[in-house]
Design a protein around this ligand. Structure first.
Ligand SMILES: Nc1ncnc2c1ncn2[C@@H]1O[C@H](COP(=O)(O)OP(=O)(O)OP(=O)(O)O)[C@@H](O)[C@H]1O
Ligand SMILES: [Mg+2]
Length: 351
């Protein structure tokens, strides 16, 4: 019989339908037990649609069935409804922070973290005091993009002191999970971590805190949007039709918790040639704009695919901080100006 660890390793190869991330790192596998010549897998998928669960269940059965000894699989699906706290618990403001903006995407890999980091820097360039929180425990990239050197400290009151670079205070939830923590335990830990850390960081006075949400519109995202007094959400998409459809889910998520959608950003909209500065249309671009209009949400702008943007992310040299004169930095500043205008008009979040 394979061990639970071996099974977990196999399940890690299964991608969540429509995402580049696997089902284990998504926190879907609640438990694995090997006993009485049988493998029991408990799948926690409260927010997933039945057809998605069926697809994942089929993949799990196939993966375990293909292991040595082809053990029989007892698959239990835990579909306890997600905690619905809107209306029952007051949304808490984060101490010292005037506005909290969440950057979300229906789909992974669309450039959400890239946008969160550079949007925060662009708001900073426009004179706002800005913080950035990586709420994506499973795929933290804010620390990498901002420069993850150093550890966050603790005050005497056990408040977390964020790191600071390029005039931005930032923190990643991943800084608090040791690399050797078995990923299977992380699922239940996430919600706890989030509530502890969201309100326990010594930001000082901030005009805006930008939250980089995990990709998707499931439980983890919903929990945060229900817990924090958010001023609004920004949805990042790419021009492909499949990504655009996920925008609808993003808008629906914010609608459900009654958070205004500040707008949609279309990333990787066209290619901006680093040599000639020429604009090449790779996808049928512009879909983001018309789609946002059809959903009745503002369109905040489009960002080109550029090598500098990717390299800036990989090398902890974010483009807005390092090449403020670059056309992409201008594009981020115009998005930031839009967001600031909206927040300045809006009432500060109620306590
Ligand atoms: N406009 C762009 N031009 C070039 N590269 C980009 C652009 N936007 C994002 N990238 C690159 O694409 C990759 C994915 O971007 P990023 O990590 O920001 O996406 P994400 O939506 O946060 O992903 P995840 O869902 O894993 O959190 C990164 O390597 C990033 O540098
Ligand atoms: Mg990301």
């Amino acid at each position: 019989m394979p061990s639970p660890q071996e099974i977990l390793a196999e399940l890690k190869k299964i991608k969540y339908p429509g995402f580049s991330r696997d089902i284990v790192s998504f926190g879907l596998i609640k438990d694995i037990e090997v006993a009485h010549a049988e493998v029991t897998v408990i799948l926690a998928a409260p927010a997933a649609k039945p057809e998605i669960i069926n697809e994942i269940a089929g993949e799990i059965r196939r993966a375990i069935g293909a292991m040595a000894g082809a053990p029989p699989v007892n698959l239990q699906i835990d579909q306890a409804p997600p905690p619905r706290m809107a209306g029952t618990l007051p949304r808490r403001p984060i101490p010292g922070v005037s506005h909290v903006v969440a950057v979300a995407s229906g789909k992974g890999g669309v450039g959400k973290s890239t946008v969160a980091v550079n949007l925060a820097l662009a708001m900073r360039a426009l004179g706002w005091r800005v913080g950035l929180m990586d709420a994506d425990v499973y795929g933290p990239s804010v620390a990498m993009m901002m420069g993850g050197e150093g550890r966050a400290g603790l005050t005497a009151q056990r408040c977390i002191v964020p790191l600071e670079r390029f005039g931005i205070r930032y923190i990643s939830m991943a800084m608090f999970i040791a690399d050797d923590t078995p990923i299977i335990w992380r699922g239940p830990m996430v919600t706890k971590l989030e509530s502890e850390f969201l309100f326990n960081v010594e930001w000082g006075e901030l005009d805006c805190l930008v939250l980089d949400l995990p990709p998707g519109t499931g439980d983890a995202q919903l929990t945060i949007t229900q817990r924090v007094a958010l001023a609004g959400g920004v949805i990042v998409t790419t021009p492909q039709e499949i990504a655009l459809l996920d925008v609808k889910r993003g808008v629906a998520m914010f609608n459900e918790v009654e958070i205004p959608v500040l707008g949609v950003i279309e990333n990787m909209s066209f290619h901006l040639c680093g040599k000639c500065g020429h604009r090449h249309e790779i996808f049928a671009h512009g879909g983001g704009k018309s789609f946002a209009q059809s959903l009745g949400v503002p369109f905040l702008g489009e960002l080109p695919i550029t090598r500098e943007l990717r390299e800036g992310g990989d090398r902890a040299q974010p483009i807005v901080a390092v090449h403020p004169e670059h056309p992409v930095s201008d594009a981020f500043k115009s998005v930031a100006a839009n967001v600031i205008a909206h927040l300045s008009r809006a009432e500060p979040p109620a306590g």
